[in-house]
Design a protein around this ligand. Structure first.
Ligand SMILES: [Cu+2]
Length: 396
């Protein structure tokens, strides 16, 4: 008896209308596709790929009955995926439709320093109504991302992050682990109370700032903008109190995330990773949030193949990885153990929705070719009168 027959005999389940059918009816593969970032289509200007990004206030529904106001690129959280070939000339026209300042930083890319998107270091912030054009050559190969670098603590966790994938026709990872399908997962953590308070506070400050600027009453101290460090030090000597001293900033004001998302959604609305038996899939993991995630896959050891976009010289197998803030990791999952398997943060504080388990960044690896009879229910469920496994069960 081979392993599969043995498992079948052990389960001894008749062919009922069972989980995969129900699961695929509820969350079809097409619907599931919408839970991954859309690729932004460029226009060509000669040999330059021109992308358009705008930033606006957007309401993001993380799970049914819970929405919050975010700052979103092109009204999407995460922002749309930018996917180019290594060496492509890229132009990104960035429009600011909000009342706040922003920039875009190209995380992991070798851009010219003036394109690096750090306000008051490499450029002036992109102010309300303004436009800024970023231009660079897509280097290096691999999984990267972009995010706002103004008021980063607030703006990033408010949704200002998106994947930036640099492909190579001669992909070293595809060569070693041939795969057909790939998925991008962006992780983030949100303190929705902090976001609401800070966003409101920032909007108030910006209103005042715009008004005073218009009246020609821009005040360096009021806006905490100085031309030199000496000028700043001199002002402090004369009694100026910088904003980190004045009105806020007890340690308790730092965010304590209460929502944890993958591609802008929390369980049970997180995306599924579909796989077939014998297939390998590539999963690009990007941490655009403030928390360290310890991602654990059930029933498999995956291959860690790239770290910060760089192919690792010797891929190795593991079932739990550490995804630090700002990190990208690529993994290959081989479809060797059919079933429905959980892939989640093993710091279980992050598989909650506003403190309640289950939720957060829990998702499933689903073998879409699994025969119905294999997904049968145990005796206990039958005694409870269930014909199929429930898809959503939120009570502790
Ligand atoms: Cu911003």
């Amino acid at each position: 008896m081979n392993r599969r027959d043995f498992l079948k005999a052990g389960a001894a389940v008749p062919a009922l209308s069972l989980l995969p059918e129900a699961l695929l009816a509820e969350t079809t593969i097409q619907e599931n596709k919408n839970k991954f970032p859309n690729a932004l289509q460029p226009k060509m200007d000669g040999d330059v790929k021109v992308f358009e990004l705008f930033i606006d206030i957007h309401q993001q529904e993380i799970v049914p009955a819970f929405k919050f106001h975010t700052l979103a690129f092109n009204n999407q959280v995460p922002g749309p995926e930018i996917r180019v070939q290594q060496g492509d000339k890229v132009r990104v026209i960035f429009k600011n439709k909000t009342e706040l300042n922003h920039t875009i930083h190209w995380h992991g890319l070798y851009v010219p320093w003036r394109m690096d998107g750090v306000p008051y270091v490499t450029q002036m912030p992109v102010m309300p109504g303004q436009e800024f054009v970023y231009e660079f050559v897509a280097e290096p190969y691999g999984t990267h991302f972009y995010h706002c670098h103004w008021g980063t603590l607030l703006h990033m966790q408010s949704g200002m992050y998106g994947s930036f994938i640099v492909e190579n026709a001669d992909d070293p990872i595809k060569k070693q682990f041939p795969y057909e399908r790939e998925y991008t997962l962006l992780y983030s953590a949100h303190d929705t109370n902090f976001i609401r308070n800070e966003l409101n506070g920032m909007l108030e400050r910006m209103k005042e700032r715009m008004y005073l600027t218009k009246k020609g009453r821009f005040d360096k101290e009021r806006f905490a903008v100085f031309d030199t460090k000496d000028e700043f030090a001199e002002a402090v000597k004369n009694g100026y109190q910088p904003p980190y001293v004045v009105n806020r900033r007890a340690p308790s004001d730092l965010p304590q995330p209460n929502w944890f998302t993958v591609n802008g959604k929390s369980y049970p609305f997180t995306p599924n990773l579909y796989i077939k038996e014998g297939e390998s899939i590539r999963v690009r993991l990007i941490n655009g949030g403030t928390e360290e995630h310890y991602l654990h896959l059930h029933g498999h050891d995956f291959w860690l193949v790239a770290d910060d976009g760089v192919p690792v010289p010797q891929p190795w197998q593991q079932n739990t990885l550490r995804l630090s803030p700002g990190k990208t990791l690529d993994i290959i999952i081989e479809g060797k153990n059919r079933g429905i398997w959980t892939f989640h943060d093993h710091d279980t504080r992050r598989v909650t929705n506003n403190g309640l388990y289950p939720g957060g960044n829990l998702l499933a690896l689903v073998y879409e070719d699994m025969p119905a009879e294999e997904a049968g229910l145990g005796m206990m469920a039958k005694k409870m009168g269930l014909n199929s496994l429930p898809i959503v069960a939120l009570d502790e």
